[in-house]
Design a protein around this ligand. Sequence first.
Ligand code: 5MM
Length: 344
Amino acid sequence: MTERLADIAAAMVADGKGLLAADESTSTIKKRFDSIKLESTFEARRDYREMLFTAEEAMTKYISGVILFDETIRQSSRNGTPLVDLIRKAGSIPGIKVDAGAKAMAGFPGESITEGLDGLRGRLKEYHDLGARFAKWRAVIDIDTTTGLPSYGALRANVQALARYAALCQENGIVPIVEPEVIMDGPNSTHDIHTCYAVTEKALKFLYEELFIARVDLEGTILKPNMVVPGQKSPVQASPEQVAELTVKLFKATVPVAVPGIAFLSGGQSDELATEHLSLINQIGDLPWKITFSYGRALQAAAIKAWGGKDENWAAGQRAFTHRAKMNWLAGNGKWKAELEKAA
Ligand code: 5MM
């Protein structure tokens, strides 16, 4: 039976469940392991991911899908079970990062273009055979108010690549997650929340224009955006309520209602703040899309620390991951604050 893209997309954002972004490339996972003084070997990366994917409560109750890296989708657990099967067994959907990373963009100093379109059709067919039912492509948009970034040219090139990628995914039975990330932690991220709003607005308007031109069916897509937040080095920070209010205002102005769900990235926010923002956004309510999480760092930072690369800490790592997954699931239902108050 052919799986409908719209059904897969709906399952990815159902019931407040969200996505675990475990698609760190080899260089990024090395940085994460450096923080616990662990050598990044093939086996260590396998063990870490196996620890996460076998956290039963988290995977069955709070996580709808997992974004994998190319190495991970081909890896098996210590006892030989493909990691993809562990994810499926928990009732979660395997996904795959298919971009080849953000690279310096010729002619656009300080800006990047995400590569990976060459040969993508063939890779998507293989990933589908390996079990992936959704994919992810991330464009990186940096704001620098001193040099006037982002430029029109870099923005346009990045959203065009996202649209070409999305069309290829749908041709191959895979739901594209489109991720135009306006980053808050760039080298010169001193911008305020209103600048983030204006740049994200432009990025989303251009994105949906390009998705239309590329004939992408929006019902079979998921948006993975940043929230509207000030730069990390901005002298003027924002309250969680202001972040939620401006984020909802922006999406109402830019994201078509045909899109089934918005799954936020955490972008370097602290674990708790990423949860609080998500909960406040859902508390505003009466929104046409499901709003949930697709967090990398905000789901994993505590888990990686608790695990520390040691077998004896396997359960502690799973507990830390489960806790954050549960908090974000509550936030996906707009109930995080109420639960917190009940527990106090
Ligand atoms: C998990 O990190 C992902 C992969 O990053 P690299 O390609 O740089 O190794 C990243 O794309 C991630 O899925 C998103 O940025 C969201 O992650 P955060 O940590 O911002 O929630």
